[in-house]
Design a protein around this ligand. Structure first.
Ligand code: 0RA
Length: 652
C-alpha cells in the first residue's frame, strides 16, 4: 500500500456513514504481494494479522464506544477478536451496492480509515485494514451485533460466501471476527505465540488506559482445566507502564512523573522516572505503534528534558563547581520514559518505517515536557536534587572516561587501529557473505578455528564471561577489552553528528554474527551476557537480522561405523532405539569436547547446521527480561528461569 492511499480522499463526507467507507482496489494484489501489506509472511506477519483486527476495536474504544476487547486463540489456530462497540455498519453501501460490512471486509483501504474527520488514530504497522487480514485468511467469519439483530458473513481467501444475513436477535452491540490464517500464504507457520500476543495486548492496555483487553488461549489448559487466560487493564496508563518496565530496577525517586495534554491539536502523553541503573530506557509510540527508530517526538522529549533540567540545575547553582559541559546523554542515564503521541497523518521514515518524520511534533512534545517538568521540579525539590546529582555523576564519570569512549568512536577507529589480535579473520571481502563466530573460551575457539571454512567464517574467541553491561557504567563498557574487540572486529563504530550514541553499521564486516556457546547452563549464561550487550549497545544489529545463536548437539550416538548426533533427549532415545543393543552414547559437556570435524559437521556447516535467529518481538518486553536476568533483584530472575529453563535438567 503506498502512502498516497493512506491520505483521506477529497470530498469525503464529514460524518461516518456507510458512504464514507470508500472502496478502493481489489484484494488479489494483497495475496500476490502480502509482504507489501503486512511486512512479511513469517511469524511477525502472522501476528500482525491479529494486531490489525485488534486495532480496529481499539479505534472504536478510543472513540468512546467500546470498553472491552477479547482475543481468543482457538484450538485450530484461528483467532477470534470481539469488541462491544457499535458494530460495523451493515446497511447497503450506496456506491458499492452491497452491505457496508462486506465493503469493509473485502475492499482494500475501506473501513473508514480515509475519513480524516472521524476519530481514527490507531493503526497496525501498515494500517492496511481488516480486509487485508481477510485476504490472507483461508476462512473468516464476521458477526455483527447491531440494530437489535445478529448479522453475519463468511469469506474464503477474502471472497464472500454469501451476502450479509441476519441470523438472530440480540440487544447487544459489537463486532466479532474469527479468522484462520491461510497456510498457502504463511508457509513457515500458522501457530500463534501466546507470549507474543500477550506482550502486545499488555502494551496496548498500558497505551490505552481504561480499556479491558482479555486474552484466552484455548490450545492450553491450566491445572484446573481452564484455558490459559490473562486480562490486561490499566487504570492509569503510561504511569503504570513505567512501574511495570522498572519493576526489576531500583527506583531513584519515588514518583513517576507524567503528563497528558493536547499541544497544537496533537495529543501528547509522557511518563518517566529515574532508576539507579546506567541505561537509558526510552520507548516511543505514535498511534500505538512502537517507533523503534524514534523520530521527531523523541527529539522533542529529549529537548524538553535537557533544557528544563539544565535550567533548573543552573538556576539552583548546582553546576557552579562543574568544570566541563554536561552532554545530553548525561540527563538520560537511569531514565525510563514512555512517550506516546497521536498524529493524524503520520509520516514514517527510516529503514523499518518506524521513525516519525512530522516536524510539528517536536515542539509540541518539547513544550509539553518543559511545562510539566518545570512544575514538577519546583514542587518536588528533593527529587529534583536527586536527579541533578545523578546527572552530574554521569557527566563526571563520562568525562573521566572519555579516552575509553573515544576508542570506539568513529574517528579513531576509522583512522587506523588494526583488527584485534585474537580474531581469526576470513578471506572473503564481501560482508554479506561473511560470518563471525563469537566463541566462549580459547580452547573452543581453537577448535572452531580449525573446523571453520576460512573463506567466509571468522572466529573471535571471548575470554570467559564477558562484562555484564546491565550493571556497568558506560565507560566501563567501552573500557572492556573483549567488548572493544567486538566493536573493532565487527567494524562497528558509535557516534554521529546528530547522536553521540548512534551506531554506524555501514562498515559492518560480517552480516552473520553467530554466538556459539556450550549447550549448558554456563554456556547459556554467557550467550545471555553477549545478547545483553547487543541489546543495550548494538540493538540495530539484532533488529536488522544479523544476530544468530548456534545450536551444538548434546549427544553423539555410535554403533560400529554408524554415528549420529542428537540435539535433545528425544532424538537421543530415538537413535538408541534405532541402533539397538550396544549403542554408545557420548554426552557433549561443551564445545571443547568436539573435534574440529565434528564441530563443522554439526554446528558450523551452513548445509547442515541450525542457526536460531535472534529477533525482538517487543522492545519493552525485551527490556524487562534483560533488566531482570542481568540486574540486581534475584527472586524475579529465579522465577523466570524456572518457567523458561530448557537446560535445567542437564546439569541437575
Ligand atoms: C465504521 C462505522 C462505525 C463503526 C465501525 C466502522 C466499526 C468498525 C469496527 C471494527 C472492529 N470493531 C468495529 N466497531 C465499529 C459506526 C457507524 C455508526 O454506528 O454510526
Amino acid at each position: 500500500m503506498s502512502e498516497e492511499q493512506n491520505k483521506p480522499l477529497e470530498g469525503t463526507p464529514k460524518s461516518y456513514s456507510e458512504d464514507s467507507i470508500q472502496a478502493l482496489e481489489g484484494m488479489e494484489h494483497v495475496r500476490m504481494r502480502p509482504s507489501m501489506y503486512i511486512g512479511d509472511v513469517g511469524v511477525r506477519g502472522l501476528h500482525h494479522l491479529v494486531y490489525e483486527v485488534v486495532d480496529n476495536s481499539i479505534d472504536e474504544a478510543l472513540g468512546g464506544y467500546c470498553d472491552t476487547i477479547s482475543v481468543i486463540i482457538n484450538e485450530d489456530n484461528s483467532v477470534t477478536v470481539e469488541d462491544n462497540g457499535r458494530g460495523i455498519p451493515v446497511g447497503i453501501h450506496k456506491k458499492e451496492g452491497v452491505s457496508a460490512l462486506e465493503v469493509v471486509m473485502t475492499k482494500i483501504g475501506a473501513g473508514g480509515k480515509f475519513d480524516k474527520d472521524s476519530y481514527k488514530v490507531s493503526g497496525g504497522l501498515h494500517g492496511v485494514g481488516v480486509s487485508c487480514v481477510n485476504a490472507l485468511s483461508s476462512h473468516l467469519k464476521a458477526t455483527v451485533y447491531r440494530e437489535g439483530k445478529i448479522w453475519e458473513q463468511e469469506y474464503e481467501r477474502g471472497k464472500s460466501l454469501y451476502p450479509v444475513r441476519a441470523v438472530g436477535e440480540s440487544d447487544k452491540t459489537g463486532t466479532l471476527v474469527t479468522f484462520h490464517p491461510d497456510e498457502q500464504i504463511f508457509q513457515q507457520t500458522i501457530e500463534f505465540s501466546y507470549d507474543t500476543l500477550a506482550g502486545r495486548m499488555r502494551e496496548l492496555a498500558f497505551l490505552n488506559k481504561k480499556i479491558r483487553i482479555n486474552l484466552t488461549d484455548k490450545r492450553y489448559l491450566d491445572k484446573e482445566g481452564n484455558p490459559v487466560f490473562e486480562s490486561f487493564y490499566s487504570e492509569e496508563g503510561l504511569k503504570e507502564f513505567i512501574k511495570f518496565l522498572d519493576g526489576n530496577r531500583e527506583m531513584l525517586i519515588n514518583n513517576v512523573i507524567s503528563l497528558e495534554t493536547d499541544k497544537n491539536d496533537i495529543p501528547v502523553e509522557v511518563a518517566m522516572t529515574y532508576n539507579t541503573s546506567f541505561t537509558e530506557n526510552l520507548h516511543s509510540y505514535v498511534n500505538n505503534i512502537n517507533t523503534h527508530e524514534g523520530g521527531t517526538h523523541l527529539a522533542g522529549f529529549r529537548r524538553g528534558l535537557t533544557s528544563t533540567l539544565k535550567k533548573y540545575a543552573e538556576t539552583t547553582g548546582m553546576l557552579d563547581k562543574l568544570k566541563f559541559e554536561i552532554s545530553g546523554d548525561d540527563f538520560r542515564e537511569g531514565l525510563t520514559a514512555v512517550i506516546s503521541v497521536k498524529v493524524q497523518e503520520p509520516q514514517f521514515e527510516g529503514q523499518t518505517k518506524t521513525k516519525l518524520g512530522n516536524r510539528e511534533v517536536t515542539s509540541a512534545v518539547s513544550q509539553a515536557v518543559s511545562e510539566m517538568l518545570e512544575i514538577y521540579l519546583e514542587e518536588n525539590p528533593a527529587d529534583a536534587k536527586t536527579i541533578v546529582q545523578k546527572v552530574i555523576l554521569a557527566a563526571t564519570a563520562r568525562h573521566a572516561a572519555r579516552k575509553a569512549r573515544e576508542l570506539v568512536q568513529r574517528k579513531t577507529v576509522m583512522s587506523g587501529g588494526g583488527l584485534p589480535g585474537k580474531l581469526s579473520d576470513c578471506s572473503e571481502q564481501d560482508p554479506t557473505k561473511c560470518e563471525i563466530f563469537l566463541v566462549e573460551g580459547d580452547s573452543a575457539g581453537g577448535t572452531a578455528k580449525q573446523g571453520r571454512d576460512r573463506n567466509f567464517q571468522a572466529i573471535l574467541p571471548l575470554r570467559g564471561k564477558i562484562l555484564n553491561v546491565e550493571k556497568a557504567m558506560q565507560h566501563k563498557v567501552f573500557d572492556n577489552e573483549e567488548i572493544r574487540n567486538i566493536y573493532t572486529a565487527f567494524g562497528v563504530t558509535i557516534g554521529t553528528e546528530e547522536d553521540s550514541k548512534a551506531l554506524n553499521l555501514e562498515k559492518l564486516r560480517y552480516h552473520k554474527v553467530v554466538i556459539m556457546c556450550d549447550a549448558d547452563v554456563d554456556g547459556s549464561h554467557i550467550a545471555t551476557l553477549i545478547l545483553t550487550f547487543f541489546f543495550r549497545y548494538m540493538r540495530e544489529l539484532i533488529e536488522q537480522g544479523h544476530v544468530f545463536i548456534a545450536t551444538p548437539p548434546l549427544y553423539l550416538v555410535k554403533k560400529g561405523s554408524k554415528k549420529a548426533y542428537a540435539w535433545n533427549d528425544k532424538e537421543r532415545d530415538a537413535l538408541i532405539a534405532e541402533y539397538g543393543q550396544g549403542a554408545a552414547i557420548q554426552r557433549y559437556k561443551g564445545l571443547g569436547e568436539m573435534n574440529a570435524e565434528q564441530l563443522w559437521d554439526t554446528t558450523m556447516d551452513p548445509s547442515t547446521r541450525t542457526l536460531r535467529q535472534v529477533t525482538i518481538d517487543s522492545l519493552s518486553e525485551a527490556d524487562r527480561v534483560f533488566s531482570m536476568l542481568m540486574g540486581d533483584e534475584v527472586p524475579p530472575r529465579r522465577e523466570f528461569i524456572e518457567k523458561n529453563a530448557s537446560y535445567a535438567n542437564i546439569d541437575a
